[in-house]
Unconditional design. Structure first.
Length: 319
């Protein structure tokens, strides 16, 4: 039996247990990788924002699964829009939750391999001779800036109603510690202004089995034991389903769009449909309304012919 608490907006004051409830439907958007047009198109199509890009979703909840930065050129605009909507939604009883992705963890720790020159240039505020793009980007995501502080306080795992949301995946070894512990450890390491490699392989920001980098759960065959791990995690957190991003869907429709992936009888849902054109440009999202989960998509002007993803488009963990 799964508990539902439709009459309250936040289960604990301040959200320190990272469990929320939503009076309205929940819309889940996967990895953006700096593709601002895709974010705007989906938000408008779902009715969460109007033409003026202000919140119009009422009591709905928006969950963005992380990876605002990396490979694309407009992560800055994605961040600014979500930050604004976060404040606006609360005025109407709605909510915007932006999870921490591995690309935000890397970018805030001086690992700029996936940050494009055009993205860095978006942050330049002084004449080029006084501020080079890389310096401008590093300053913009530092603890000294509003954006940097916002990025450093993104949660790695939350529950909304009965469902667990995490960027990569949450295995039992992490889940048994509880979401408050996981997020506190994440925020501790996010506060460190050190190079990414120095965090070490056991940090929740870098661990291959941790919440930001895990691919095992979504990619493993049913015989691998991943299903048992998922069941243990969901039981520990009293959750119905685990909803993840990070790993682009390899399930494709006849018209060439990546699909929302459902595994283990709906206990694990993958929502990374490759919104950025580098990954195919599918404008897709997940809608949750009570017991009903539906993957949806809309026409995209940036949709590309899909081929197997080359290794250089799958993020490399370099610690």
């Amino acid at each position: 039996m799964y508990r539902r608490e439709w009459d309250c907006v936040m289960i604990q004051e301040g959200g320190k247990n990272y469990r929320y409830s939503s009076r309205g439907p929940v819309v889940v958007i996967g990895d953006l990788h700096g593709h601002y047009p895709g974010l705007v198109s989906i938000l408008r199509h779902t009715g969460l924002v109007g033409e003026d890009l202000r919140w119009s979703g009422g009591e709905a909840t928006l969950v963005q699964i992380g990876d605002l930065f990396g490979r694309g050129d407009e992560g800055k605009h994605c961040c600014e829009l979500l930050m604004n909507l976060e404040n606006q939604a609360s005025e109407f009883g709605g909510r915007v939750i932006t999870l921490l992705g591995n690309h935000e963890a890397m970018a805030t720790h001086f690992h700029l391999r996936y940050i494009t020159t055009a993205e860095m240039a978006n942050f330049v505020t002084a004449p080029p001779e006084r501020q080079d793009p890389q310096t401008a980007f590093i300053e913009a995501v530092s603890n000294a800036s509003a954006l940097g502080r916002w990025l450093r306080t993104r949660p790695a795992a939350v529950m909304v109603n009965d469902d667990l949301f995490v960027h990569g995946g949450l295995e039992w070894d992490w889940a048994r510690m509880g979401m408050a512990w996981i997020n506190s450890q994440v925020h501790e390491d996010m506060a460190e202004e050190v190079v990414y490699r120095s965090l070490g392989p056991t940090s929740p920001l870098t661990s291959r089995t941790g919440p930001l980098w895990n691919r095992r759960l979504i990619t493993s065959a049913s015989s691998s034991g991943a299903g048992e791990d998922i069941e243990m995690t969901l039981a520990a957190l009293d959750a119905r389903s685990m909803i993840v991003g990070h790993t682009p869907s390899q399930t494709v429709t006849e018209d060439g769009q990546r699909m929302i992936v459902s595994k283990y009888g709906g206990r694990l849902i993958g929502v990374d449909v490759g919104i950025h054109p580098l990954f195919g440009g599918t404008y897709g999202w997940l809608e949750i309304d009570g017991d009903r989960m539906v993957g949806r998509s809309m026409p995209s002007p940036h949709q590309a012919e899909l081929e197997p993803l080359p290794p250089d488009l799958m993020d490399e963990l370099t610690v």
